[in-house]
Design a protein around this ligand. Structure first.
Ligand code: GDP
Ligand code: IMO
Ligand code: MG
Length: 421
């Protein structure tokens, strides 16, 4: 019996998809527990590149069962497009991708409401992905949601009632200039397509599998700093991205959780609006963006780039109970004379080393500067190949974060992954 959880510790896009794919052979099952098509998880292997949004990143490794848990919000049209694309490239899904009947459906009108809410926020826009995530989770929590299981009975009727309620909300927001006829048609095709999959009571399934001695890897989406409770509120997503989300998003008891893998980039990025203490507005930021190809997989937006923030990371490690770290994109820093790490904040003249209630204003990072390694890490195939300055960077992070770094990624490909002894 074993459940490990793998999640992002920053503002998303840490490289979760790549690592889930790499770790999948060690597990029997991979399960997504929150988020939806706001996620974009990129995997590269055998010269191919895939971007997954709602489908777990364990789908490419043999015949492993992949589960979309109850905590996920699912857009049938986007799911169908994503799944068909994979099927086209020769990956059979229907027998091994199971969908929780309790997962909530993202309706076309949720996406309109997402846009309308953003427009109403004026200068304080969250910069959402526009996928309807917030309105769908709002409907879930306010007990108005439509779930995957609803498609099994009187669906048209239920859909019409939900749509009418949304239309009323859109009118109240003065958001009436839209035509969703084509989108709705495609969405309904998505519903029909979904019927071909196993729609399951995933809480029963995961617990039965555990009883049978199977192991499960839970794949997080977004990152801890986007968690609705602990992230940089209100510039967050609408789900619990932290480890506890795996319990509620799959129906797992907390005592079933083993390792909690926290994924970090060797630096830090953020897409969308909101505070980012270590953000770089200068050439260094642009250089990180260019070398790291830091553009959103879902929206194509420029990712904001900055140095690693150890204050925020210590907080993320704490709220998740992280047992092992995984560091990604180390190679992106290959060409820097010096590397900086934020070890404290100067909050309105006071130096603090803990993550405060509000980071929206008055926060200046306090940095430690280290020499760069100036060597191509992508060619390293074992730890022994690491340059001394990079070894020192790793040691520094482990000591500051009081957590071992178990895996180091030195390139986007599956093979460019070094598991430490
Ligand atoms: P996720 O949302 O956490 O799965 O991360 P994304 O896939 O959105 O963003 C990570 C990006 O970095 C993807 O384009 C990956 O292909 C790429 N990537 C992952 N690991 C590495 C690495 O070690 N080095 C480099 N250069 N790119 C990486
Ligand atoms: P992955 O899984 C990075 C950000 C959006 C926005 C905020 C709220 O690929 O790491 P939402 O559409 O969720 O209501 O948007 O959260 N965001 C992400 N940023 N990676 C993601 O997912 C994200 N999913 C949402 O940019 O700031
Ligand atoms: Mg991503």
């Amino acid at each position: 019996m074993k459940v490990d959880v793998l999640l992002g510790l920053q503002w998303g896009d840490e490289g979760k998809g790549k690592v889930v794919d790499v770790l999948t052979p060690k597990y029997d099952v991979v399960a997504r527990f929150q988020g939806g098509p706001n996620a974009g998880h990129t995997l590269e292997f055998e010269g191919q590149k895939y971007v997954l949004r709602s489908i777990p990143s364990g789908i490419f490794q043999g015949d492993k069962v992949n589960i979309i848990g109850n905590g996920v919000v699912l857009a049938p049209d986007l799911f169908m497009d994503e799944a068909k694309e994979l099927e086209k490239s020769g990956h059979e899904l229907k027998s091994r991708l199971h969908i929780s009947k309790k997962a909530h459906l993202i309706m076309p009108t949720h996406r309109l409401l997402d846009a309308a809410n953003e427009a109403a926020k004026g200068k304080n826009k969250v910069g959402t992905t526009g996928k309807g995530i917030g309105p769908t989770y709002t409907d879930k929590v306010s007990r108005n949601g439509l779930r995957v299981g609803d498609i099994l009975e009187n669906f048209e009727e239920k859909y019409a009632a939900h749509k009418a309620r949304h239309e009323e909300m859109l009118r109240a927001l003065n958001y009436t200039d839209y035509d969703i006829t084509d989108i709705e048609k495609h969405w309904m095709e998505g519903i029909e397509y979904m019927r071909q999959f196993e729609l399951v009571d995933s809480e029963h399934e995961v617990n039965r599998l555990l009883k049978e001695g199977k192991s499960i890897l839970c794949e997080g989406a977004q990152g801890t700093m986007l968690d609705v409770d602990f992230g940089s509120y209100p510039f967050v997503t609408s789900s619990n991205t932290i480890c506890a989300g795996a319990c509620t998003g799959l129906g797992l008891g907390p005592n079933k959780i083993g390792d909690v893998y926290g994924i970090i980039k060797a630096y830090c990025t953020r897409v969308g609006a909101g505070p980012f203490p270590t953000e770089l507005f200068d050439e260094t930021g642009s250089k990180i963006r260019a070398i790291g190809h830091e553009y959103g997989a879902v929206t194509g937006r420029e990712r904001r780039c900055g140095w690693i923030d150890l204050v925020a990371l210590k907080y993320a490690i704490m709220v998740n109970g992280v047992t092992k770290l995984i560091m990604m994109k180390s190679d992106v820093l290959d060409d820097f004379e010096t590397i900086k790490a934020c070890v404290a904040y100067n909050q309105n003249g006071h130096i603090i080393d803990y993550f405060p209630y509000d980071i929206n204003e008055g926060i200046e990072p306090v940095y430690v500067e280290m020499p760069g390694w100036k060597q191509d890490l992508t060619q390293c195939s074992s730890e022994a190949d690491f340059p001394q300055a990079f070894k020192e960077y790793i040691e520094f992070l482990e000591q500051q974060l009081e957590t071992p770094i178990a895996i180091i990624s030195v390139g986007p490909d599956r093979e460019q992954t070094i598991v430490r002894g």
